[in-house]
Design a protein around this ligand. Structure first.
Ligand code: HEC
Ligand code: HEC
Length: 464
């Protein structure tokens, strides 16, 4: 009897020890609205796309970085291999540039996250879902700082050129490893860096300006060619106002203060112009046009009210759909509404100086444009669903799935990633939809269709 009791007690202890506790924001319920249309904000359209691309790839907007002298040998021996080993789709993912101190440094560009591969081909503007961000970078960030500071004198120009990047990398490192493979912590990077900046002049503050939650929530990466249709940026439509300011935020990891920020932000007019010039990639395979035509009719009836129309003239309604109505995982939207970065941002240089931008998170997700949707797997804001077919049939979505890291393994039939079901056991590269924020539920708008109509819809979506 006593033995059984002990066994039971130790089972209980084990059970509770195994329960991971997460620091999660409350889920915001909302039933007061179903959809909301976001109106446009006047944007500066004077930029030059070629200058934008040059600027994006040359990297001066990044401010600071790793002294290139310590990287040079490794990078120049085989740049392509270096990119691949760093989880980048191409060499555009990093830039070597001269800082204001005149020191050559290296840092990751927008294309470290915004260039991806499908079937072995690189597409600029496609999210880089090949990268795995599950490693905790706290120790590597400390080691990098130690290595650089050991090699160069404290008052040297090289340390000055490294300092901002080195410090912010160390400060944000504990907050950016992800719980699942393939998802991206960009929103956390912003949250973790901004809190050590004075809102008014963006200079470093030793004390954090606000607290962040422990749980590292991450997202998929949207395709950049959607921006030209959008009135608000990001999955929760949190990014409002002037796009040059919103996008410049992405390079704030290595910028010294608002004076340096102003110089870089002015160039973002060109970056916006370049992003607005990207065309979505065309589906490379054969399309059954008759079947696609049938799918188009279904789309007009069931989908275009939220996702817009794709014949001339194209329309896009800029509609946010509330958490309750869309039914996809509510945590990301709840997180955005809960995060203290919103208050910080709205008091900061970004919001208080012209041109203005501000944060206004919605308790819902924007219905994205579907141009080039065939290439942008995995699907939904959290990248929880591997193929388009499964977006259109919720019962077919896998709970735990592992995709090959080989971009050549694309599923041309269901359109998206090939994967293996991993319901029995977890491997490191297994996406687990039972973790908080990574659920694959909701968006059941095509569930009631017959298989014939569903396949017709898949065929039509290939044409966009
Ligand atoms: C660390 C990876 C990373 C880097 C670097 C990065 N981004 Fe992003 N970007 C993301 C992620 C993830 C999102 C989605 C976040 C969200 O919606 O909550 C995003 C969103 C965007 C969007 C909004 C798209 C939409 O449809 O709403 C644009 C535009 C954008 N990024 C441009 C840029 C530019 C320009 C740079 C360089 C200055 C950059 N990004 C650097 C990961 C990154
Ligand atoms: C009530 C509005 C609404 C309707 C109707 C609707 N959608 Fe969506 N759709 C959304 C929203 C919102 C999302 C984003 C959900 C998320 O990321 O959590 C989405 C996401 C998607 C995605 C994934 C996009 C991506 O990049 O990950 C596809 C594909 C899609 N919808 C296709 C369709 C099709 C096809 C139909 C018609 C059967 C349809 N949708 C009907 C609102 C809608």
């Amino acid at each position: 009897m006593k033995k059984h009791y002990l066994l039971f007690a130790s089972f209980l202890v084990l059970f509770f020890a195994c329960q991971k506790k997460y620091d999660l924001p409350p889920i915001v319920e909302n039933s007061d609205w179903k959809t909301k249309v976001i109106s446009p904000y006047p944007q500066n359209t004077e930029g030059n796309p070629d200058s934008g691309f040059y600027y994006l790839t040359k990297g001066a907007y990044l401010g600071s970085g790793i002294p290139y002298a310590i990287m040079k040998k490794r990078v120049e021996r085989n740049p392509e291999k270096f990119a691949r080993k760093s989880g980048l789709a191409s060499e555009y993912g990093f830039a070597v540039f001269e800082t204001i101190q005149g020191v050559e440094v290296m840092n990751g560009t927008c294309f470290s996250c915004h260039a991806g591969k499908v079937d072995g081909e690189v597409f600029l503007g496609l999210g880089n879902s090949l990268n795995d961000n599950q490693t905790n970078l706290t120790t590597p960030a400390k080691l990098l700082n130690w290595r650089v500071r050991k090699k160069y004198k404290n008052d040297s120009t090289t340390i000055a050129a490294f300092d901002d990047f080195g410090n912010y990398f160390k400060l944000m490192a504990p907050y950016i490893h992800t719980e699942n493979p393939g998802v991206n912590p960009a929103a956390r990077i912003a949250e973790a860096c901004m809190r050590y900046r004075d809102p008014e002049d963006l200079s470093y503050t030793p004390e954090p300006q606000y607290d962040v939650r422990e749980y590292n929530l991450a997202s998929d990466i949207p395709a950049l060619w959607h921006m030209q249709k959008k009135n608000a940026l990001y999955y929760t439509a949190v990014g409002r106002g002037d796009f040059t300011k919103l996008l410049f935020q992405a390079s704030v990891l290595g910028i010294k203060d608002s004076t340096a920020a102003r110089v870089a932000q002015k160039k973002f007019v060109h970056i916006v112009a370049w992003i607005n010039s990207i065309e979505p990639p065309k589906y490379p395979g054969k399309i059954d046009l008759e079947l696609a035509e049938k799918g188009k009719k279904v789309f007009q009836k069931k989908c275009q009210g939220c996702h817009g129309t794709y014949d001339e003239p194209e329309t896009y309604p800029n509609k946010v759909v509330s958490i309750n109505k869309i039914g996809t995982d509510p945590l990301y939207a709840s997180y955005a509404s809960d995060s203290k970065i919103v208050g910080w941002y709205n008091q900061s240089w970004f919001a208080q100086s012209e041109p203005r931008s501000w944060f206004e998170p919605e308790r819902g997700y924007i219905a994205p444009p579907l141009d080039g949707i065939w290439a942008t797997a995995p699907y939904f804001h959290n990248g929880s669903v591997p193929t388009i077919y499964q977006v259109l049939k919720s019962s077919a979505r896998p709970e735990k799935w592992k995709r090959s890291q080989d971009s050549k393994k694309y599923d041309w039939e269901k359109v998206g990633w090939k994967y293996k079901n991993k319901n029995r056991g977890k491997g490191e590269m297994t996406y687990d939809t039972t973790l908080p924020g990574y659920g694959n539920q909701g968006h059941t708008f095509a569930d009631s269709l017959s298989e014939n109509y569903r396949w017709a819809l898949v065929e039509y979506l290939k044409t966009l």
